[in-house]
Design a protein around this ligand. Structure first.
Ligand code: ADP
Ligand code: MG
Length: 697
C-alpha cells in the first residue's frame, strides 16, 4: 500500500508542483494572482499554461477542460484535446495562455432564466487561479467561473467569489479600527459535512423512481427502521468500508482533505467530512466529492444517493456548512481571544453574524430551498424551516450581561464592558450540544445545518458572506466616525443584542412549541420552496446584493426564475414517474395478485364446501378497494398534470405544483403503500424498503 503522504495531491497542480515547474519569476506572479487577486500578465499565463500542460501530459492527460458550475446544480465540462496539427501530418501537444485563462462554451443550453433572451447566447469561462487545476479521468480540469458576454453570472461560482470580495473589503475596514494594520486579506472558510445513502446497485436498477428522481416515490415502511438507533457510529460493514477506503484514496489524490467518516442515523446512511478550506475551494471540492462518491460507488456494485430524502420514514440527508472568517495572519475571527481587545473584536464579528442571520433569514432559507430539501426541513429530523441561531448558554450570559448592564459571572463584581474584560474561553464540548438548531455557534465557527445533501454550498455561502459584509459595513460606517471608539463600540454591541436577540434560540428546534414561539417573535417560517423564493426579489434583498456587487438586479430575477422553474420541473418528473409506475407496474401487479388469490380460493373450494376462504376473500377484497382508490388518485394526478399546461405564470405554477400536484401524489402513494403491505412479495414489482435499506451486507 502506498503511503498517503506520498500520493496526497498527486493529481493537483498545487503550490509545490508550481514551484517545481515554474521559473521563479512566473511562480511569484502566479502567487500574487492567487493571494491578492492580481491579474496575470499574458506572457506569464503562457508560461503557466505550458508548465501545466507538460505536467498533465506526464500524468497521462490528453485533454483539458474548463470546469465550471452552471445553474444545473452539477458541474459541467467540455473536453478539448491538446493536439495541434504539425506540417508533416503529425501533431504536437499545445495549450496556450489564452486557453488557460478563457474558454467559450456555448451558453445556450444552460439555465439562464431569461438572461439568454436579453443578452448574447455565448458565454465564457474565466480561470479561477485560487482553485488549483487537477486531473480527473485523464482530463486536465481548470476551475473556472462562467459568465455571459455581458458579464452576467451564469454559474454558482461567480457570485460566491464576488461575495468573498465583499466580506474581505468590509472586514478589513473593521479590523483597521482595532489596529490590525498587518492584516491584508480576510477569507471565509468552510468545512461541509456530507451525508449520503449507499444502496445495492442491483436493487437500485429495479426502481424507476430512484433512477428518474433520486428518491423513492412509493414504499411501505419496513418492519425495522432507525428506531433502535443502532446504526449511528455503528461498526462499518466491510463492503462499505472498502468503498470508503477507495473514496478516500481518490479524494486524497485530488488534494481533498477527506477526514472523518462514520455511519449516520438511518440504515444505509453515512457521512463524510473534510477538513475545512477557503470557501471557493471548499465549494469546488464538495462538488468533486459528490461526483466521485457516485463514481466509486458504481465500482463497488453500489449506488450513492445524494437526494435529501430518498426514503420516507427514516432521516433524510443534509450537508452541514461549518463557516468561519479568517485573516491572512492566521486569526479566526469567530474565536474568542486571549485579550480584552481580541474579545471585543470577536464580539463585534459575532454581532455581525447575529444581525445578518436576523436581517436576512429569508435569504438563508432561500439558499437551501429545493424540491428535495422541502421534504426534510421541518420534518422531525432536520432543523425546522425557521431560521434561528444557537449560541450556547455561556455566550448568552455574556450577551445578557452586556444588554442589561448587570455583572457577569459569579465572581465578577464590575459590569462587563466590551473592550475591557476578557471573556471566558468556551470549551467546544459545552457549546456543541444543540443538534436541533439550524445555525449553531460551535466554539470557533458557525454550523449552518439547513443545507440539503444535494445542494451546492455556493448559494448559502454567497448569502452568508454578503449579509455579514453588509452588517460589517454598517458597523464600520458607524465606528469610523465615532468620537470615542470604546463607548461607540459598547453601545453598538448592546444595541445589536437588544434589537436582534429574538433570532437566538437555545432550546429544542424540533419541538412543536418552537413554531408558535417563533411566530410570536416575528420570525419567518417559510415552509416550502414556493413560499420562500418570492422573498428573493424583495427590495431589501435586491439592495443587499446590488450594493455589494454580488448580483445585479437582472441576475437576481433570472435566478429567481431558474429556481422556480427547477422546482416545477422536479415535481413534474416525480409525478410523471409515479403515473408510469402505477399504470405500468403497480396496478397490474395488484390485479395479478388478486387473480391468483381467487384462483387459489377456487382451488380450495374444490377441496370441499366448508374450507376457510377468509384469507383469499378478505385480502382480495381489500386489495380491490385499494387498487380502486389508487386508480382514482392516479386519474386525479393525471388531471392535475394536464392543468399545469394551462398555467403560464411561473410563480402561480410553482404554487400549483406544491398545493395540488404534491397532494395528489401523496394520495396515490398512500393507497399504493397500503396495497404493498397486503401483496405477496413475489408479485410486488419493486424491491421493498427493507431490501433497499438493509440490502448492503
Ligand atoms: P463535529 O461537528 O462533528 O463535532 P468538528 O466540529 O470538528 O466536527 O468539525 C466539523 C467540520 O467543521 C469539519 O469539516 C471541520 O474541518 C470544520 N471546521 C473546523 N474549523 C473550522 C473553521 N475555522 N472554519 C470552517 N470550518 C471549520
Ligand atoms: Mg458538525
Amino acid at each position: 500500500m502506498r503511503n498517503v503522504s506520498d500520493y496526497f495531491g498527486e493529481n493537483v497542480f498545487n503550490e509545490s508542483a508550481m514551484k517545481a515547474r515554474l521559473p521563479k519569476d512566473t511562480f511569484k506572479q502566479l502567487q500574487a494572482a492567487i493571494n491578492n487577486g492580481k491579474r496575470l500578465e499574458p506572457s506569464a499565463a503562457g508560461v503557466v499554461a505550458n508548465a501545466i500542460k507538460d505536467w498533465a501530459i506526464e500524468k497521462g492527460a490528453t485533454h483539458y477542460t474548463h470546469w465550471f458550475q452552471p445553474m444545473t446544480g452539477i458541474t459541467a465540462e467540455k473536453h478539448d484535446s491538446f493536439i495541434s496539427p504539425n506540417n508533416d501530418g503529425r501533431v504536437i501537444m499545445e495549450f496556450s495562455g489564452k486557453e488557460l485563462i478563457q474558454g467559450e462554451p456555448d451558453a445556450s443550453s444552460f439555465p439562464s432564466g431569461g438572461l439568454r433572451a436579453t443578452f448574447e447566447a455565448r458565454g465564457y469561462t474565466a480561470w479561477d487561479p485560487t482553485s488549483f487545476a487537477f486531473i480527473k479521468d485523464g482530463v486536465l480540469c481548470i476551475p473556472t467561473a462562467f459568465c455571459s458576454y455581458g458579464g452576467e453570472a451564469l454559474d454558482k461560482k461567480t457570485p460566491l467569489l464576488r461575495s468573498m470580495e465583499a466580506i474581505n473589503k468590509q472586514a478589513l475596514r473593521v479590523l483597521k479600527l482595532f489596529g490590525n494594520d498587518d492584516v491584508t486579506s480576510v477569507k471565509t472558510t468552510v468545512g461541509p459535512e456530507q451525508e449520503y445513502f449507499l444502496i445495492d446497485k442491483e436493487m437500485y436498477d429495479k426502481r424507476k423512481d430512484l433512477i428518474y428522481t433520486g428518491r423513492t416515490l412509493f414504499g411501505a415502511k419496513p418492519p425495522k427502521g432507525q428506531e433502535l438507533d443502532d446504526h449511528y457510529f455503528g461498526v462499518i460493514k466491510p463492503r462499505v468500508q472498502a468503498y470508503m477506503n477507495e473514496l478516500n484514496e481518490e479524494l486524497w489524490k485530488l488534494g481533498i482533505l477527506a477526514k472523518t467518516e462514520h455511519n449516520e442515523v438511518a440504515p444505509s446512511q453515512h457521512e463524510l467530512a473534510p477538513i475545512f478550506a477557503t470557501t471557493n475551494i471548499s465549494a469546488d471540492h464538495n462538488q468533486l466529492t459528490m461526483e466521485i462518491m457516485q463514481k466509486v460507488a458504481k465500482k463497488h456494485g453500489l449506488v450513492c444517493l445524494l437526494h435529501e430524502k430518498p426514503f420516507d420514514g427514516v432521516n433524510g440527508s443534509g450537508k452541514h456548512n461549518n463557516w468561519s472568517i479568517s485573516t491572512n495572519t492566521g486569526v479566526n475571527l469567530l474565536e474568542p481571544g486571549e485579550t480584552p481587545y481580541e474579545n471585543a473584536q470577536f464580539l463585534l464579528f459575532l454581532c455581525a453574524v447575529i444581525k445578518a442571520v436576523d436581517d436576512y433569514q429569508d435569504l438563508l432559507r432561500i439558499s437551501v430551498a429545493s424540491a428535495g430539501n422541502d421534504h426534510r426541513l421541518g420534518a422531525n429530523e432536520a432543523p425546522p424551516a425557521i431560521v434561528s441561531m444557537f449560541i450556547g448558554s455561556e455566550l448568552s450570559e455574556v450577551l445578557q450581561a452586556i444588554e442589561t448592564d448587570t455583572p457577569y459571572g459569579a465572581k465578577e463584581k464590575e459590569l462587563l464592558r466590551v473592550g475591557v474584560h476578557v471573556l471566558p474561553k468556551f470549551p467546544k464540548d459545552s457549546t456543541d450540544r444543540n443538534r436541533t438548531s439550524p445555525f449553531a455557534f460551535t466554539g470557533n465557527k458557525f454550523e449552518f445545518r439547513m443545507l440539503g445533501s444535494a445542494n451546492s454550498i455556493s448559494g448559502c455561502n454567497t448569502v452568508l458572506n454578503t449579509a455579514v459584509a453588509e452588517e460589517l459595513k454598517q458597523f464600520a460606517d458607524e465606528l469610523e466616525n465615532a468620537a470615542d471608539f470604546d463607548t461607540a463600540l459598547h453601545d453598538l454591541v448592546k444595541r445589536v443584542i437588544v434589537e436582534h436577540q429574538h433570532v437566538i434560540f437555545n432550546g429544542n428546534g424540533y419541538d412543536d412549541s418552537w413554531v408558535a414561539e417563533a411566530e410570536k417573535r416575528g420570525l419567518l417560517n417559510l415552509k416550502t420552496t414556493p413560499d420562500a423564493l418570492p422573498y428573493f426579489i424583495h427590495d431589501k434583498n435586491i439592495k443587499l446584493f446590488t450594493s455589494h456587487k454580488v448580483f445585479t438586479e437582472v441576475e437576481i430575477r433570472s435566478r429567481y426564475e431558474i429556481n422556480l422553474e427547477n422546482y416545477c420541473k422536479v415535481v413534474n418528473i416525480e409525478a410523471l414517474t409515479m403515473v408510469d409506475m402505477a399504470r405500468k407496474d403497480i396496478l397490474p401487479a395488484i390485479s395479478e395478485y388478486i387473480a391468483s388469490l381467487s384462483a387459489s380460493a377456487g382451488a380450495k373450494q374444490a377441496i370441499g364446501s366448508d374450507v376457510d376462504l377468509s384469507y383469499e376473500a378478505e385480502t382480495a377484497k381489500e386489495l380491490s378497494a385499494l387498487s380502486g382508490k389508487a386508480f382514482s388518485a392516479l386519474k386525479t394526478l393525471e388531471a392535475k398534470l394536464e392543468e399545469t399546461k394551462r398555467i403560464f405564470d411561473i410563480t402561480v405554477l410553482a404554487a400549483f405544483y406544491k398545493d395540488e400536484v404534491l397532494a395528489a401524489m401523496d394520495e396515490l402513494r398512500a393507497a399504493v403503500d397500503s396495497a404493498e403491505m397486503l401483496t405477496a412479495a413475489e408479485y410486488w414489482p419493486y424491491p421493498s424498503y427493507g431490501e433497499l435499506l438493509f440490502g448492503v451486507r
